[in-house]
Write a new protein. Structure first.
Length: 305
């Protein structure tokens, strides 16, 4: 059994905090294991201008996966929402830690209902833009990229009146006090896997699997399995705005899903229920239901944009 491993992480402040939390959990289970962190800059980090929905689906993970395949690192830690459903041959998702709050949130000068008409709200996500437009069509949506610090400065300087963000990001940064409002999931469904952290490794590396698998949080794994199955069945690499969230109550898993047209003029929603241990089937079933309602057409339209 090896005495040390290398964890790969994006270089951003948030990514390093997230990786540190996973490393702490690994060390707590493997008391004599040395875990070092290697910082890797991804193409998504280098490109601060392209809208997220126009970037490749692996923009924030590709370089980490390449480092895994070159054996420069032993595991890669990702925000799960950044990890495509199609994982490169030779790699596998082997664990997720307990999920943080999956909701979207608003950082702004006022709450969503109190914002003045014409207020400028920043987001680089088409999924968030469309759901925001459905609730407040009178607001001005502004493309915005950059880390959370950068976005906060844009509010302070008056460049925008607020921005949308994953609540989990603010909580992990210790900035809950800067949140104006948590956005309700019945109106703002998050991205698949939002709030969860994932550990990816080489499929052949049984020793790493044995070391890391005890870190896996089963309820989170079941929830994200349903969400990723939903995304995969719809065509996980497509550009169409897709949102989904699974919850578990007792012995029942409930999955909500949404897909919209690129201009937001058409939105399809649905929900499905199943057993937590049949999460993948539940996700696929919901996707097929939305496909029967016209999701396939929305996906084809998105591919042509």
């Amino acid at each position: 059994m090896r005495d040390g491993i290398i964890a790969g992480s994006r270089r951003s402040k948030l990514a390093l905090i997230q990786t540190a939390s996973v490393v702490e959990r690994i060390r707590a289970i493997n008391l004599n294991l040395k875990v070092s962190v290697r910082e890797i800059v991804t193409s998504g980090d280098r490109d601060r201008h392209t809208q997220l929905d126009r970037m490749g689906t692996s923009a924030f993970v590709k370089e980490l996966e390449e480092a895994l395949l070159r054996r420069e690192i032993d595991i890669a830690v990702h925000s799960l929402k950044d990890l495509p459903t199609d994982i490169p041959e030779g790699l596998a998702l082997i664990a997720v830690t307990a999920r943080e709050d999956p909701r979207d949130a608003l950082v702004a000068k006022a709450g969503l209902k109190q914002l003045e008409p014409g207020s400028r709200i920043g987001t680089g996500s088409l999924r968030r833009s469309i759901q925001l437009r459905l609730q407040r069509p009178d607001l001005q949506i502004c493309p915005i990229r950059g880390n959370v610090d950068t976005r906060l400065r844009k509010v302070t300087s008056g460049e925008v009146d607020g921005f949308m963000v994953a609540a989990a990001a603010m909580l992990r940064l210790g900035w809950e006090d800067k949140l104006t409002e948590y956005l309700p999931v019945d109106s703002f469904l998050p991205a698949a896997g939002q709030g969860a952290l994932a550990v990816e490794a080489r499929l052949e590396d049984k020793e790493i699997f044995d070391l890391i698998s005890p870190v896996n949080h089963l309820p989170t794994w079941q929830r994200i399995t349903a969400e990723r199955a939903f995304l995969r069945e719809l065509g996980g690499g497509c550009r169409a705005p897709i949102a989904t969230l699974a919850t578990i109550e007792g012995q029942e898993l409930k999955l909500d899903g949404m897909i919209a047209g690129m201009d937001g003029s058409e939105v399809l929603r649905g929900s499905a229920r199943g057993k937590p241990d049949s999460a993948e089937e539940t996700g696929s079933d919901l996707a097929r239901e939305l496909i029967s309602l016209g999701a396939g057409r929305l996906i084809k339209e998105a591919e042509g944009c």
